[in-house]
Design a binder for this molecule. Structure first.
Ligand SMILES: Nc1ncnc2c1ncn2[C@@H]1O[C@H](COP(=O)(O)OP(=O)(O)OP(=O)(O)O)[C@@H](O)[C@H]1O
Ligand SMILES: Nc1ccn([C@@H]2O[C@H](COP(=O)(O)O)[C@@H](O)[C@H]2O)c(=O)n1
Length: 237
């Protein structure tokens, strides 16, 4: 399937029961990806890390020698992305350069429009016949899936998040300077929350969870309780 993300054909399979959608938003390194994976596994849902899509667009522009802040170059890369594109599996997407490029292309309205339909289809028809989907990003509860049954906004102070990211980079053997990680995170926060289109912010009906003083297990327990209260579902044993 090489159709762009913006133009995937409709499935011919019979419509499944309405999928449960869990929207998990929050700033960088707040722990939303860690939480989303655990929630998806616990409930048997499919998981989409939507940041990967923006990272892929940003890296594609850089590789083509372009500027991620150039609207036309960013839009072109977004329209060329398709679900089987090998770039989506590359570890190069996990670098800080990819994150910074992602947050620049993410401010381009045409990029967001090109990626929107794929995300919505994933939520409505989770792959593998899963009964639900967990999507994590910045605008899932506000724009992509405003009707999600459960919405969480995972946050933490920028200092705590920078520390978490620094430790993660050290674990992965990637050299990093604490003050640089903090400054990069502040710059990304500013771009993500101040852009005109789909800025980072909690949906009005989101459960906002400050994880600054919570470990990943505590966050998971609170999220499970919230999802249970909204959907009546319990995690698989
Ligand atoms: N509650 C927590 N307490 C301490 N560390 C955490 C917690 N949750 C996640 N982490 C760690 O913080 C780092 C960032 O977590 P994660 O990648 O899940 O964040 P994210 O919000 O998805 O980040 P990004 O948006 O940049 O992809 C990881 O190393 C993860 O193991
Ligand atoms: N729904 C989303 C998801 C991501 N972005 C932008 O991509 C950048 C990278 O995202 P990560 O979750 O992988 O850190 C992020 O800083 C955003 O600019 C987005 O706009 N909307």
């Amino acid at each position: 399937m090489t159709q762009p993300l913006s133009n995937q054909p409709l499935s011919t399979e019979p419509a499944p029961a309405k999928a449960v959608v869990v929207a998990i938003d929050g700033p960088a390194a707040s722990g939303k990806g860690t939480l989303s994976q655990r929630i998806a596994e616990a409930f048997g849902f499919a998981h989409l890390d939507t940041g990967v899509l923006y990272r892929a667009v940003g890296v594609s522009v850089l590789r083509a020698g372009g500027d991620p802040a150039d609207n036309a170059a960013a839009a072109r890369a977004a329209y060329e992305l398709h679900p089987e594109h090998p770039i989506l599996q590359e570890v190069a997407l996990r670098t800080d350069a990819a994150a910074q490029a992602a947050s620049k292309v993410a401010a381009v309205p045409e990029v967001r429009a090109a990626l929107l339909d794929f995300q919505r289809r994933f939520a409505a028809h989770p792959p593998g016949g899963a009964p639900g989907a967990v999507l994590d990003g910045r605008d899932i509860g506000t724009v992509v899936c405003p009707d999600a049954q459960a919405k969480l906004f995972i946050t933490a102070s920028v200092e705590v998040r920078a520390e978490r990211r620094l430790k993660e980079l050290q674990r992965r053997g990637i050299p990093a300077i604490s003050s640089d990680v903090l400054e990069d995170m502040k710059a990304r926060d500013a771009r993500d929350s101040q852009r005109a289109v789909a800025p980072l912010r909690p949906a009005v009906d989101a459960f906002v969870l400050d994880t600054s003083a919570l470990d990943a297990d505590q966050v998971f327990s609170m999220a499970v309780a919230h999802i249970g209260s909204k959907t009546g579902l319990k995690p698989k044993a």
